[in-house]
Design a protein. Sequence first.
Length: 332
Amino acid sequence: MILVTGGAGYIGSHTCVELARAGYEFVVLDNFSNSTPVVLERIERITGQPVRWHEGDIRDRATLDRIFAQYPISAVLHFAGLKAVTESIDRPIDYFDNNVHGSIALVGAMERAGCKTLVFSSSATVYGPEQPMPVAESAPLTVSNPYGRTKLVVEDLLYELSRSDPQWRIATLRYFNPVGAHDSGLIGESPVGTPSNLMPLVCQVAAGLRPAVQIFGDDYPSPDGTGIRDFVHVMDLADGHVAALAFLERNQTHIVVNLGTGRGASVMDVIKAFERLSGRRIPYEIVSRRTADIGISFADVSLANELLGWVAKRDLDDMCRDAWRWQSANGQ
């Protein structure tokens, strides 16, 4: 049995679908701060299987101990946490409380239960600005915002944990820019409030819910001046988590692995691809750079291929097409 924290969230929900497809049984723990139980009903529709789930917070020791006592949990996929870079600058206490305190509580409960296999949802924000591209796992770690800092603190914790007790099996997955949705249109990215990421903003503009996409800076060293990111389809990320879990089942070790496509696409590339695939015009306006943004970032993914046998299969057209299908079906 696999425990999926934050399993009703964007990446967690898609990974639940892939876990079911791969034959794993799982149970979801989510406090629904940025999701809804409806997502779990939709996972059931996609997989044709009932979903076990509990509403609760990973910072709650009693909740965690109760779940580990109730189920024979052999591994944890840890997605639960706050994730907006800009918001983290305004709310650093909340981010450290949820992301760091929550992770400490979770691994403590795992240790008490004798469950020592963990796949951790980290982020490429730990690399910071001005890295040689593509950025490899060995690149210097330097963060420029509280969100990235919380991810790096948890990474440090997991490193020390595995060094203190070699029985731990840990995969830290640093993913780049998740986008897209399940091709059923039943689950996708549904942020609460104003989206902080590009693709849901583009979707909402295409749907007429917002007037224009704000592009934060057009003076970066890219062909069109807009920032370049490694956008990776959420279903490819889900596949990566299942591959990491399978790797840990075979190997007692601690690995840190990038998940991305290994290719960069600019903000304008995304807007133009989305216009072509949706048939909708996407108005945009150029505004000042944001403090926490970096110009160019894309992954060296050779280690994921080498260790996990994983490679991203879906391209930018797939990402835009699936995101628009989700947006169109859900009217959000």
